[in-house]
Ligand binder design. Structure first.
Ligand code: HEM
Length: 487
């Protein structure tokens, strides 16, 4: 009897404890942050418990999709902010470029004001930024605690080890395998068209090729294993499968002699890891961390570059004059020889095109942070724990920063200007900012130039004939079909 009473009492105490924990996490602590933010003068849409502003976001999106789909199919507008993130565009009109909104019980400080961002980030080192806990949990199957999600000293250690593996000097050795994968894709298209195929899903093809390239550059795995790993990782990405598995990552990296045969990213990381004498014991990655970094390379590294290439094809279809300029440049630079790393620096106009595509259609449309220590900006305090949502698309499409031609495709704005004429240096951030800037930007620029050069050299004209938009969640996906390519 006494045992039963003790058991019941323990049970009640445990349940009460859990209820209090839940209340603190989901109610008291977010409400406290909310009050602090309000006291500091930040405005924003009123949240409802427990969904925050999610319902309102859905409602605004639905009505925006309805009005977009009633529009003309033929018209291609680059003015995407109000269609892709209609709720932000709408809230900006009521609350300005810095405000609070809520995803569930999590408050987010929305920022589309580069000067506010500059002031907020001045003095905060890369390692002092947090990443929102809510995303860490949600994206764990994709990134684990890889560089994208790591914080503090862990982030410093990971970044220190990975940086040499993705330096310009290292990635140049990967050019020839990018040429191989792209040539294979283009040969496949030619035989598909020759055998009467009427439709090529270019976006899917480019994503698969970019996946193969990143599988080869990251893990040194060949075509067959690469495709298998790619399929599995893609499936995981799409379903955000919660079960944490080591998918497609080979562990037995050492050959029988104990060496590292290939200079792929994983091989380079293992080498860095192996040289304990040089980096010191504390600067190594565990097997779990290596696996997380490989997944991070894969997820961070293939779709971003593939999206940039797909949008480029669409924009070149709409702007044949730029196709001609790029073709001329490629011929001048390569002299009709096979492209290699030494030629890439000469592709200047292609770099302007890339910069303009990343401005209009940034593959990473936002950056997120979590405040780990109160930050004061313009006498306003952003309290610890606040999540930050930096709207890169919003800034890249802001006429106040870029001028009235903000929605036009004008690569020449990047001629001799790293910021494309933007009137604030933090208004153009396709690769992020500060110490946490994209570590794969050299690799992706090289891949972009190689893939696009080979495509433009083998396809005589990309026409506008059959380009139509499909809506997929909050992203506009374009399908470019057969008659777009004129071999
Ligand atoms: C066009 C291609 C790419 C774009 C537009 C892009 C964009 C970005 C952006 C905006 C960030 C900063 C995110 C933040 O501040 O929260 C970032 C970080 C990162 N990117 Fe990329 N990325 C690209 C290609 C790649 C590639 C090819 C790789 C790897 C091979 C890669 C790996 C990473 C990693 C690991 C981080 C986290 C860096 C850190 O927090 O220290 N990215 N990327």
């Amino acid at each position: 009897m006494e045992f039963l009473q003790l058991f019941n009492l323990t049970f009640i105490v445990v349940v009460l404890y859990l209820i209090v924990r839940l209340l603190i996490s989901f109610w008291i602590s977010p409400a406290r942050t909310y009050m602090k933010l309000k006291e500091n003068g930040f405005g924003g849409p009123t949240p409802n418990f427990p969904l925050g502003n999610i319902e309102e976001m859905k409602k605004i999106s639905t009505s925006s999709v309805a009005s977009a789909s009633s529009g003309s199919l033929g018209a291609v507008s680059n003015d995407i902010h109000s269609t892709v993130f209609p709720y932000f565009a709408q809230w900006q009109m009521s609350y300005g470029k810095v405000f609070i909104y809520w995803l569930g019980t999590e408050p987010f400080l929305y920022i589309a004001d580069p000067e506010f961002l500059r002031r907020m980030s001045t003095g905060v080192m890369g390692k002092s930024w947090g990443k929102p806990n809510v995303f860490k949990h949600d994206r764990k199957p994709m990134f684990g605690n890889g560089l994208v999600m790591a914080e503090g000293d862990d982030w410093v250690r990971h970044r220190h080890i990975i940086t040499p593996a993705l330096s310009p000097a290292t990635v140049k050795t990967m050019a020839s395998l990018m040429v191989d994968s792209t040539t294979k894709m283009l040969n496949k298209w030619t035989s598909l068209l020759n055998s009467g195929c009427l439709e090529i899903d270019v976006e899917k093809e480019i994503i698969a090729t970019a996946g193969e390239i990143i599988a080869k550059t990251s893990f040194g795995i060949g075509y067959k294993n690469g495709r298998q790993a790619f399929k599995k990782l893609r499936a995981m990405q799409i379903t955000l499968f919660k079960n944490n598995r080591y998918v497609g990552v080979p562990f037995n990296r050492r050959n029988s002699k104990g060496g590292y045969p290939q200079k792929d990213l994983l091989g380079l990381l293992l080498e860095e890891n192996h040289e304990e004498g040089r980096l010191g014991k504390t600067l190594t990655l565990t097997t779990r961390e290596l696996v997380d970094e490989c997944k991070t390379f894969f997820f961070g590294g293939h779709e971003t570059t593939a999206l940039a290439l797909t949008w480029t094809l669409l924009l070149l279809a709409v702007h044949p004059e730029w196709q001609n300029q790029l073709r001329e440049e490629i011929t001048q630079v390569t002299g009709n020889k096979e492209i290699d790393f030494s030629m890439l620096a000469g592709l200047k106009k292609m770099k302007w095109v890339m910069d303009e595509v990343l401005r209009l259609y940034p593959p990473a449309p936002n950056a997120q942070r979590q405040i780990r220590d109160d930050i004061t900006v313009n006498n306003l305090t952003i309290p610890t724990g606040t999540n930050v949502w930096i709207d890169l698309v919003g800034m890249h499409h802001d006429p106040n920063l870029w001028g009235e031609d903000v929605s036009q495709f004008k690569p020449e704005r990047f001629d001799n200007d790293l910021y494309g004429g933007c009137n604030h240096k933090m208004g153009y951030l396709p690769f992020g900012f500060g110490g946490r800037m994209c570590i794969g930007r050299h690799l992706s620029t090289m891949e972009y130039k190689i893939v696009l050069s080979l495509m433009l050299s083998s396809v005589s004209a990309i026409s506008r004939a059959c380009v139509f938009p499909l809506w997929l969640r909050d992203c506009v996906i374009w399908k470019i079909i057969e008659s777009t390519f004129d071999f």
